[in-house]
Structures are given as C-alpha cells and as structure tokens.
Design a protein around this ligand. Structure first.
Ligand code: UT7
Length: 335
C-alpha cells in the first residue's frame, strides 16, 4: 500500500429532532401512507428546525466524526462539503462550517455539487488530494436541508426528501506499516448523463434565470422532478457503476460484506440487488426513517452501519449512488 493511501478514521452523523411521518404529511397534501410506503419504502423523514441550517447539521456530523476518529479540528487541512442546499448561494457552506468547527485557516474548504452522488464524488476528490501528499487529513461532509427547496404542495416530490448530515474523517492509517492488505478507498467509478439534466432540477435562481418576482410566483425555486424517468436511469446507472468497479478491481459480489446505496427508493435498491444477484440483507437501508437526504444519505448510512456493528475491520463495502445531473458513481472501500 502506498504510504499516502488514506483510510477512513471515523464517521459521524446528525439528524434533526423533528420527525415528519407519512400520515402527518397526508393531512396537508393529497397522498397516503400506503402510497408513499409501497412506492418508495419511506415511512418518515427528519425536518430541520426553523433557523437550523445546512451548516448547523454539517457541524454536528463533522464534530461527531472528528471525535470518533480522535482527530483534533486543528489537524484537518481539507474540508469538502457535498451539498445542493448550502446556507446561501455564496460563499460555500464549507467556509461557514470551517469557522464553526474551528478548523485552521490554513485549510482548503469548498463545496461540491454532484447532488445525491455528491458524497462519492467528494470522497474520490478528497482521497486524490490526500494521495497527492499536499494535504494530510480531510473532513468530508454530506449535509442537506432539502426541506428548504421542496415544494410542499407537490406530492410527487415532497414525500420523498428529508434533512440531515453525515461525515467521515480521512487520513493516514494509524498502522505505520499500512497493515497486510490495502485499506481505504480501493477505487471509484464516476459518471454523468448530462443529457438528462432537466429530469431533476431547480430551474430558477441561477445565472440563466435569476431570481425575480416572476420566477418566485412560478415556483421556479423549488425542485422539479420527473420521477419515473429518473427511476429507470438510476437503476441502469447504479448497476453499471457497481459492475464496472467490481470488475476493475477483481472483486466478486461474494466479497462484498455490505452495499451502502444512496437511499432514494427501496424499489430501486431491490432492482440493483436483483441485477447483482445479491440478497437484500447485504444492503444497508435506512430510507424508511430518513427518506432521501441526497448527499447526506450515504454518510449517514455509513455511520449507522458502523455503529450497528455491520461493518468490521477488513470488510469491503460497495457504495453506489445516482442523483441530479444525472450524476452517478460507485466506490469500493476496505475498512
Ligand atoms: O436521488 C434522486 C432523486 N430522485 C428519485 O429518486 C426519483 C426516482 N423515482 C422514484 O422514486 C419513483 O418514480 C417515484 C417514487 C417518484 C414515483 O413512483 P412511480 O411508481 O414511478 O409513480 P409515478 O410517478 O408513475 O406515478 C403513479 C401515480 C400517478 O398517478 P396516475 O397518473 O397513475 O393517475 C401520480 O400522479 O401516482 C401518482 N402520485 C401520487 N399519488 C399519491 C405521484 N405522487 C403521489 C403521491 N401520493 N405522493
């Protein structure tokens, strides 16, 4: 193993206190608990408190990951926050989180927008930057306040999303020899179907349609989604990303201890399981409790899986995601 190959030193996550169940949602929008459960697998989601921002959730998750890793904030020199819901369009929420966590000023801090694939993109970026030798310890956070961009009158989207944050700390292996086998990120396979960018987007508020009274009245600042079309692309993309990475690294599906998929829809996860011929108990699922938290979904799941004892040293995990863009990606991690 290269002495510069980073390993995951710790994980952390945070979920806002407020739980919004399907039955409660069905009182304000034309839907039902049965529809949401059978079509998506979601039972409830967390909603950030008024005034609780993406940065607040990211800070909580980041602090827990640092404590778990036993790494001091002062020792982090790279912070990447995967998000589509920063506190404000500018500056990057990473800058706000850096300050709140007390990371050194001599740390590179930036946001990364790859929507629901954001955490895998950020993991790959952080590992590449650490492997360059120019950075030493990274905090990678996925944090989302999707409740702020969801149209609570649009039943096709508002039932699916939730708020939360997850984080990992990456750094050199505590074992100076690196151990007998290579640990950390074994590889990634990232991709994008840019031709499908319009399937999931916030049409207004960017430079092509700046905010105005007209865009506000038209609801252009809310997330718009063509769910059925995304479903098909998601299954194809995730299967492709999973197969490619296993093949590239000569890893058989029987060697995968746990798959941590993006938590969007249990039917999507079941389809992937079927294509990969893996039993469902090899997949970690918490979307029933959190809904889709976009870039936060995989790091929250990672943290829960570790704390539940479902990840052990030496295990290989397969992470796989898709999201707006349409971006997709997979990563193989040995613990
Ligand atoms: O991280 C990436 C984010 N995006 C996704 O993960 C989306 C992927 N897609 C999906 O998860 C699924 O396509 C959905 C869960 C969004 C929808 O499930 P579906 O089985 O594809 O349903 P559909 O969109 O084909 O809609 C079926 C029916 C429609 O009514 P008609 O046209 O058959 O009369 C919808 O109007 O269900 C209706 N419908 C609802 N009914 C009750 C749509 N949303 C709701 C709702 N409650 N919340």
């Amino acid at each position: 193993m290269s002495p510069r190959s980073p390993v995951i030193l710790g994980t952390g996550s945070y979920a806002p206190e407020r739980i919004l169940g399907n039955a409660e949602l069905a009182r304000t929008v034309d839907t039902s608990d049965e529809w949401i459960r059978t079509r998506s697998g979601i039972r409830e989601r967390r909603i950030a408190a008024p005034g609780e921002g993406c940065s607040d959730m990211g800070v909580q998750a980041g602090r827990r990951a640092l404590a778990d890793a036993r790494v001091a904030a002062a020792d982090i020199d790279l912070l990447i926050v995967a998000t589509i819901t920063p506190d404000m369009p500018m500056p990057a929420v990473a800058c706000i989180i850096q300050h709140k966590l007390g990371l050194p000023t001599a740390s590179a801090c930036f946001d990364l927008n790859a929507a629901c694939s954001g955490f895998i993109y950020a993991l790959d970026t952080a590992c590449a930057m650490l492997a360059s030798g120019r950075y030493h310890r990274a905090l990678v956070i996925g944090a989302e306040k999707l409740s702020s961009i969801v149209d609570w009158k649009d039943r096709a989207t508002c039932v699916l999303f939730g708020d939360g944050a997850g984080a990992i700390v990456l750094g050199p292996s505590p074992d100076p020899t690196g151990g007998p086998v290579r640990r950390g990120l074994l590889g990634t396979r990232l991709g994008t179907y840019g031709a499908s960018a319009d399937l999931l987007c916030i049409p207004a508020g960017g430079s092509s349609l700046p905010p105005s009274a007209k865009t506000l009245a038209a609801g252009g600042h809310f997330m718009k989604m063509k769910g059925r079309e995304i479903f098909k692309t998601a299954v194809r993309a995730m299967e492709e990303a999973a197969r490619d990475i296993l093949e590239q690294h000569g890893v058989g599906t029987n060697q995968i201890a746990l798959v941590i998929p993006h938590q969007a829809n249990s039917r999507i996860i079941e389809a992937i399981a079927q294509y990969l011929e893996l039993p469902m108990d090899r997949f970690f699922i918490n979307l029933d409790r959190f809904g889709n938290t976009s870039a936060a979904s995989i790091p929250i799941a990672l943290d829960e899986a570790r704390r539940a004892g479902r990840i052990k040293t030496g295990d290989i995990s397969l992470l796989v995601a898709f999201g707006a863009g349409l971006t997709y990606g997979s990563a193989l991690v040995r613990w």
